[in-house]
Design a protein around this ligand. Structure first.
Ligand code: IPM
Ligand code: MN
Length: 348
């Protein structure tokens, strides 16, 4: 088979460290990869003022997939790298599904009492291109006591329908076949109504899927006291952002949370990244956990149709995690990467 063409954006802070381990595992799983590194992020921005040029964006469109470490640095004012680089990639490459599994692996400590691995096993389908992230709004009389800041949530029938349809399809292929819409229909009456009507309209196409609804505030509470309620969740960009951090917290922490920014229509490459950020406070010290990136690599393999290899990586992580009960504390980023790599190549 032909080589997989992979664009790698290590980014800022611990991004470089975790991506190195992700690539190590990828190599060990035995797929033919041809990777090209892009030095996008804070360093490039300081050196050239560039976040993401049209030329680089165009080039990125030519790859089969993108692996991203983390974007963001305290030396850059908030919003610049996020909007002009990370969100621009998600929007331009039409990553309308931000897929974020929330799964408690055996052996992982959860802060929740009396919770077993089977109790936390869900997939959040976060919409990736619309909502408050669209950047609609503005400011009047800035800096005066009469300043007015508006920030609007953009929701289109087209955008909502395609992500809801994707979520139904995911739910249909899981054992429990349950889809929960999470929104705030009691207050956000225009957008909430569009989401709820869309779910209701598509539901008959998936008669095997049970549908449910929770307000975002109640859902946040159920995440910590009844996570077993959830199977597949579909929600908008901002609610999905927030609830997946709660998801990471209940499933062993941000060091384990993987994600895929998916373009299901395959009109552009999908992009895989850990949910965590660049963690400048621990950058360069070998303290970062590369597991979230390695699990994101597994999601990437799955997306590329390499399901056997994806399962092998996920199993290697699961096996590694079980052993952490014994000796987790001392391992560096490299050591965790090496241990998982050894398991993937059959050496452990
Ligand atoms: C995430 C991050 C990003 C988001 C930030 C860095 C723009 O929090 O991937 O969840 O809000 O989507
Ligand atoms: Mn987030």
């Amino acid at each position: 088979s032909r080589n997989i063409r992979l664009a790698v954006i290590p980014g800022d802070g611990i991004g470089t460290e975790v991506v190195t381990e992700g690539l190590k595992v990828l190599e060990a799983v035995g797929v033919k990869i041809e990777s090209t590194h892009y030095d996008l992020g804070a360093t490039r921005y300081h050196a050239t003022g560039e976040t993401l040029s049209d030329e680089v964006l165009q080039e990125l469109r030519g790859y089969d997939a993108i692996l991203l470490g983390a974007i963001g640095d305290p030396s850059v004012p908030p919003g610049i790298l996020e909007r002009e680089l990370l969100l621009r990639l998600r929007f331009e490459l039409d990553h309308y599904v931000n897929l974020r599994p929330v799964k408690l692996f055996p052996g992982v400590e959860t802060p929740l009492a009396d919770t077993l691995p089977g109790d936390i096993d869900m997939v959040v389908v976060r919409e990736g291109t619309e909502s408050l992230y669209a950047g609609a709004g503005g400011v009047l009389r800035r800096g005066t006591p009469h300043e007015i800041a508006t920030q609007e949530s953009l929701n289109t029938a087209f955008g909502v329908e395609r992500v809801v349809r994707y979520a139904f399809a995911r739910a249909a292929e899981r054992p429990r076949k349950k889809l929960t819409l999470v929104h705030k229909t009691n207050v956000l009456t225009y957008a909430g109504d569009l989401w709820q009507r869309t779910v209701n309209r598509i539901a008959p196409e998936f008669p095997e899927v049970t549908t449910d609804y929770q307000h975002i505030d109640a859902a946040s509470m159920f995440f910590v006291n009844q996570p077993e309620r959830f199977d597949v969740i579909v929600t908008d960009n901002l609610f999905g952002d927030i609830i997946t951090d709660i998801g990471a917290a209940i499933a062993g922490g941000i060091g384990l949370a993987a994600s895929g920014n998916i373009n299901p229509d395959r009109t552009a490459p999908s992009m895989f990244e850990p949910v965590h950020g660049s963690a400048p406070d621990i950058a360069g010290q070998g303290k970062a956990d590369p597991t979230a990136t390695i699990l994101s690599v597994a999601m990437m393999l799955d997306h590329l149709g390499l399901t056997e290899q994806a399962a092998r990586v996920e199993q290697a992580v699961a096996d590694d995690i079980v052993e952490r009960l014994a000796g987790w504390a001392g391992r560096t980023t490299h050591e965790i990467g090496d241990d998982i790599t050894a398991r993937v190549s059959g050496g452990a």
